[in-house]
Design a protein around this ligand. Sequence first.
Ligand SMILES: [Zn+2]
Ligand SMILES: [Zn+2]
Length: 148
Amino acid sequence: MGFTGQCRCGQVQLQLQIESAPLYACHCLNCQRWSGSAFALHMLCPAQAIEISGSTLAYTHTTEGHTSTQYACGTCFTRLFNETDAAPGMRVLRAGVLHGADRLAPLAHIWVKRKQPWISLPEGVAQWPESPTPEDFAVAISEGRLQV
Ligand SMILES: [Zn+2]
Ligand SMILES: [Zn+2]
């Protein structure tokens, strides 16, 4: 069991050796710009759980003291995941690249003060106006880890 996924053109294939992982939506302006959409769907995975085949491009940047490297398909530029020194040993997967992503629902919404007004969040789902503290976030995601 686990997840598989791919970029838009199929040059990059992903395999996740993982049974469950926390999924959350980020409504921040950077995620809106970077996704070209209303929010980004992020899945927090142990780095070694993601196997990749195909060639990727990397883009490293530093924002507010944290350095992050974004990985994309080298052919079609689909964003795949990033690594950040804010979460060592983890990769944050762009969950829309997964097969069956329609089965996944976010456990939490962050940066909802930037949320587009036409989006209604389900009641009872954790949400924060900006980024939660790592402690608050850990509590929220431990209450409902995704099973596949
Ligand atoms: Zn591609
Ligand atoms: Zn964001």
